[in-house]
Design a protein around this ligand. Sequence first.
Ligand code: SAH
Length: 240
Amino acid sequence: MTFRATILTLYPEMFPGPLGTSLAGRGLSDGIWSLDACNIRDHAIDKHRTVDDTPAGGGAGMVLRCDVLAAALDAVADGRPMLAMTPRGAPLTQVRVRELAAGEGAIILCGRFEGFDERIFEARPVEPISIGDYVLSGGELGAMVLLDACVRLLPGIMGAASSGEEESFETGLLEYPHYTRPVEWEGRTIPEVLRSGDHAKIAAWRHAQAVNDTRLRRPDLIERHGGASQAPPSGARRKD
Ligand code: SAH
């Protein structure tokens, strides 16, 4: 089953962009996923192909028209989840990324200017998604972030080694820190335990590092997972 992404944008030429290289790009040419970028402007209804208008109530900028957005969505709707990139949306999480990656794909609406006429969210089942607490100039980079996160999880994209079970957020913790050769660099050595060959000890050390770094850098993650994630992975448990 191919994961199908359809992007609705005023700038279809931005795609596949960075998604055409590396893992995602290979996946595209291998047919593991597909990408279709459609121009919202093709669904404009007047002869000037207008997609936006001034905000009701006044204020700066322009707002994307709900009638044009609905026509663009209706032209591609086929049961796949419909998402809209907006800083007013629910923050994207690895949990949602996994759910999406397990499905048939997604239709992603990219905003520009001041964003969407709010009625589109009432009239169509569109899920507002944010990629973080900052404001971009358009939804396209957000859509690429979302797709990159989904595509790397598709079967056949990454090697078995990187199935991602221990990665940041998968356990409610940031991942443990990594090291590689040279063993000594600018007077700094790779932690002794990682060179011990004792897998239980290594797993316990990694878990402790993950907990510590998460506490320091992302206390919100510990809070959100109610501390339940702090049980060590099975590999770290001592055999009795
Ligand atoms: N006036 C809006 C911001 C519009 S930014 C507000 O304050 O909420 C223009 C477009 O960029 C948005 O419609 C959205 O598609 C995209 N965008 C900006 N920031 C984003 C974010 N954090 N996550 C996802 N999309 C974002």
